[in-house]
Ligand binder design. Structure first.
Ligand SMILES: [Zn+2]
Ligand SMILES: [Zn+2]
Length: 452
């Protein structure tokens, strides 16, 4: 397949496409055997036909993309306390490594500075144990947790705290009841994609909970271009086009603890390669095949990427043209601990109100911003039945995939929902229905004013 070298020119592009098109490659074989960046070392083999960096240049290029994402979006400031979500895969392993190196660097600067005015940001690690649902044998999960402990303790000081969090913790009951409830809740959903998506929402809930309870103020996820490209397609298929731009930015501060994606510009094969080159240990869990839309899309995107290695970048860059939301930025920093340069940079890169959509209403299940048509369906309800209101308060995707179709099973579904989701849902359905309606109307009014 012909390669369009113009598709990958931005800083979000692939490292592979920076040089001349493939056709001119064979002309000079002595040049070809050297790294295209330093022109000194031999390139590393094993990525794909055009991985033409040497090990050092490959590494510094990848770290450079991470660093650029972090600094341009003011993701990390000296007074921050970061929680890195660690699943054991190569993306989260690399993000942990890079955050660790950045911390080491900050520490060196701190030791070297005379006044020691700037603190060094803190780092903790969270592993969400999903064995309660995936029924992984307990010896397997114990072994995995042991390995994660050794990965974390082998990093140079300062020591990083590891939080191992069973996903059923979101129910804040004793763990046996939690396990039971988790199973009942997920099994009550008949749609395979709905089950997977709900687990994803619960995982985020668990991460938010552990971050908030332990004093972290940023949640770092290892989502890379390849995963985001899959999300773009699945969200489109599920009818989540309105909320999609919220999920694919560098920063997502709709949550209590803002979420940051510093590997947004890195591809999965690059991250695998780095783990391989640097001997970074990763873990695989057998969670069974993804049987719904998510699994189908992921194999489809893999197929596209196989044909043309810039496909994933193209998908993400195209979706990146959608207008983000007002919460897709780190809230303004007024902390005197934050260097002036960082604050200036943040001002420069932050979204202006005219470049973003504001949203006041969120789906109680997946927490995605609600579109005007979602809100209209909510304001049209005439009855005050909990069922109708909650059903209408969900985004169309949750309504279709997760929310029970049969009114008689709704009470049961509500009774097993975790407390924070229930609280969000109740917000929509308790006696404040009329004020809720007013809020919706106000929101609609201000939106239509914006448009005129
Ligand atoms: Zn090189
Ligand atoms: Zn939803």
């Amino acid at each position: 397949m012909a390669c369009d070298s113009s598709t990958c020119q931005s800083n979000s592009g692939c490292y592979k496409r920076e040089e001349e098109p493939i056709s001119s490659k064979s002309s000079d074989s002595s040049q070809q055997s050297l790294c295209v960046k330093c022109k000194v070392n031999e390139p590393v083999s094993g990525t794909s036909d055009d991985g033409r960096f040497c090990r050092e240049c490959f590494r510094s290029n990848l770290y450079g993309k991470f660093k650029l994402a972090v600094t341009s979006n003011a993701m990390i400031t000296p007074s921050d306390n970061l929680l890195v979500a660690f699943s054991g895969g190569s993306s989260s392993r690399v993000v942990l490594q890079f955050v660790h190196e950045m911390q080491q660097h900050a520490r060196k600067n701190f030791d070297a500075s005379k006044d020691r005015s700037l603190p060094v940001f803190g780092v903790g690690v969270a592993f969400i144990d999903e064995s309660a649902y995936h029924s992984v044998p307990s010896y397997e999960i114990d072994k995995a947790i042991e390995e994660i402990r050794s990965i974390i303790s082998n990093l140079d000081p300062p020591a990083k705290q590891l939080h191992v969090v069973p996903i059923e913790n979101v129910f804040s009951l004793d763990s046996l009841d939690g396990r039971e409830r988790l199973k009942t809740l997920v099994d009550s959903i008949s749609d395979a994609t709905g089950k997977e998506d709900l687990l994803l929402y619960l995982r985020m809930l668990a991460l938010q909970k552990v971050a908030s309870e332990n004093g972290y103020n940023r949640l770092v996820l290892g989502l890379c271009t390849s995963r985001i490209a899959c999300h773009v397609i699945t969200a489109t298929v599920k009818g989540q086009g309105y909320s999609l731009p919220a999920d694919i930015q560098y920063v997502d501060a709709r949550w209590e603890i803002p979420v940051v994606l510093p590997l947004r510009d890195c591809l999965a094969p690059e991250l695998n390669m780095l783990c391989h080159l640097d001997g970074l240990k990763t873990l695989e869990f057998s969670n069974g095949p993804c049987s719904g839309i998510n699994g189908l899309v992921s194999s489809f995107v893999k197929l596209l990427q196989g044909e043309n290695p810039s496909r994933e970048c193209t998908i993400v860059r195209t979706a990146g043209k959608l207008t983000p939301f007002h919460f897709n930025r780190i809230p303004e920093l007024n902390d005197s601990n934050v260097p002036l340069a960082t604050r200036r940079r943040q001002k420069r890169f932050n979204l202006k109100p005219s470049e973003s959509i504001s949203s006041a209403s969120f789906c109680p299940l997946c927490f995605s911003p609600l579109s005007k048509s979602d809100l209209l369906s909510l304001s049209n309800i005439e009855s005050c039945q909990n069922y109708d209101i909650l059903d209408a308060a969900c985004c169309s995707s949750c309504r279709f995939q997760i929310f029970p179709k049969d009114p008689s099973s709704v009470e049961h579904f509500l009774s097993v929902l975790p407390q924070p989701l229930l609280a969000r849902a109740k917000n929509c359905s308790n006696g404040n229905y009329s004020s809720r309606r007013k809020q919706i109307l106000d929101c609609l009014l201000s939106e239509s004013e914006d448009e005129t």
